[in-house]
Design a protein. Structure first.
Ligand SMILES: C[S@@+](CC[C@H](N)C(=O)[O-])C[C@H]1O[C@@H](n2cnc3c(N)ncnc32)[C@H](O)[C@@H]1O
Length: 399
């Protein structure tokens, strides 16, 4: 049975389904879901690029930032990095390899946990990071109780009910750095319009959109962090992303959180932008139609950073003003003129190629302005946090 048939069967059995359920099945159905089915989604031959596909310098700069965080925390004997949605593990590999080479003391204290729900990608992670798995430097988290995608369904209520279940990696007395690159944009959302909340029905084997009155969760989300859609518009509510952030932030006793993604703030929505941000990606082409080829295309949304920041703050985290990826990477890299990027270049042509890749990560024309960085901390003095080089570019240019 194809995924389309499976979704239609569910609609016939239990009635129109929320968009979040549709998105969840398309991306995470254990058999046919986009992220379960294949591991070649990423990179040149796949459907999209992420920063780690561009060049190892992304992971290397972040390794530099993580090492600084560890020193700010007083160079503890042990530190945990928990990466959410690590995909194929290129970022983790770049961080671990660079830390081992350049920051041996930090590397000696580091354990790297990989929170990846796709069984196919978990297998790939064990290959990419084999050396680090064998040495015990990397593993899948033990006992971390975040809700699994197939438990989420549309029911943000069900997620809320489990909201306090998180423990293990993040909640231990070991300081933790939670890192997420393009994780929150891959979590299922609801879609709202002036007609209400979207449900997916079926007619003659085709998906049809219908609308029901918005749930209280969605209305509370719109009222708190977003805007109500006007005629002809749609907006998304990301209650599942919100629950993840709540659980993570609650479980951190001392440490940092960095979330990088393309996204927006409520202020930008109030100015009329970022309304209806659902996008589907296939072979590097973008479509606004999520109903085409279920399971074969990636479906993403822009991230509501106002909502994520609020969830972190409600759990006692200090959230820094939102940065662009450009500002963040400039802050980390400019002190040594991005030496991390050019370390293995021997020939001028190699340097020229790497310079272009770096430019793509940092400049507004590439990923530098469309991607934003949320930095939050807990249990660390504000003046210590302010020393992070990732925050330096903005603070210096404000003076
Ligand atoms: C867009 S990819 C980003 C991959 C990687 N961070 C990168 O930058 O290349 C999103 C990743 O999040 C994973 N993911 C999505 N929902 C998840 C969940 N609830 N728990 C764990 N991993 C999840 C997907 O399987 C996928 O690997």
């Amino acid at each position: 049975m194809s995924l389309r048939e499976k979704i239609i069967q569910e609609i016939r059995a239990s009635g129109p389904i929320p968009f979040s359920r549709y998105m969840e099945m398309c991306l995470y159905d254990p058999q046919h879901g986009y992220y379960s089915r294949k591991v070649e989604q990423f990179g040149r031959a796949g459907d999209f690029y992420t920063s780690s596909d561009v060049h190892a310098v992304f992971g290397r700069l972040l390794a530099r930032q993580f090492e600084e965080m560890w020193r700010i925390l007083g160079s503890p004997e042990r530190i945990e990095i928990l990466e959410l949605g690590p995909g194929r593990g290129l970022f983790a590999r770049d961080v671990l390899d660079w830390s081992e080479k350049k920051f041996p003391e930090f590397f000696g204290a580091l354990h790297y946990s990989l929170w990846e729900q796709s069984a196919g990608l978990q297998a790939q992670l064990q290959v990419t990071l084999e050396r680090h798995f064998v040495a015990g430097n990397a593993s899948f988290p033990q006992g971390l109780k975040l809700p699994l995608p197939d438990e989420l369904h549309s029911a943000a209520e069900a997620v809320h009910a489990r909201a306090c279940a998180t423990d293990a990696a993040a909640a231990s007395s070991v300081p933790v750095i939670v890192f997420a690159n393009e994780f929150f944009d891959a979590l299922p959302v609801e879609v709202l319009s002036p007609w209400g909340e979207l449900r997916i029905a079926e007619k003659d084997g085709r998906f049809v959109e219908t609308w029901v009155p918005a749930t209280t969760d969605s209305l509370a989300y719109l009222g708190g962090y977003s805007v109500h859609a006007e005629d002809g518009e749609r907006v998304e509510t990301a209650c599942i992303a919100q629950s993840y952030m709540t659980q993570l932030a609650a479980s951190i006793q001392q440490g940092f959180l960095i979330a990088i993604d393309y996204g927006y703030t409520r202020a930008e929505q109030l100015a009329g932008r970022h309304r209806g941000t659902i996008m589907a990606y296939r072979k590097h082409s973008v479509s606004a139609n999520p109903y085409e080829a279920p399971g074969e295309q990636d479906i993403t949304t822009h991230v509501n950073f106002t909502a994520l920041a609020a969830a972190a703050e409600q759990q006692g985290m200090e959230v820094e003003p939102l940065l662009t990826q450009s500002q963040f990477l400039m802050g980390i890299g400019e002190r040594n003129q991005f030496a991390d990027a050019f370390d293995d270049c021997r020939l001028p042509q190699e340097r020229a190629k790497v310079a272009l890749q770096l430019k793509h990560l940092v400049t507004p024309a590439g990923m530098g302005e469309s991607f934003h960085v949320l930095v939050a901390s807990k249990g660390i003095a504000a003046e210590q946090v302010a020393r992070l080089s990732g925050l330096a570019f903005v603070s210096r240019n404000k003076r």
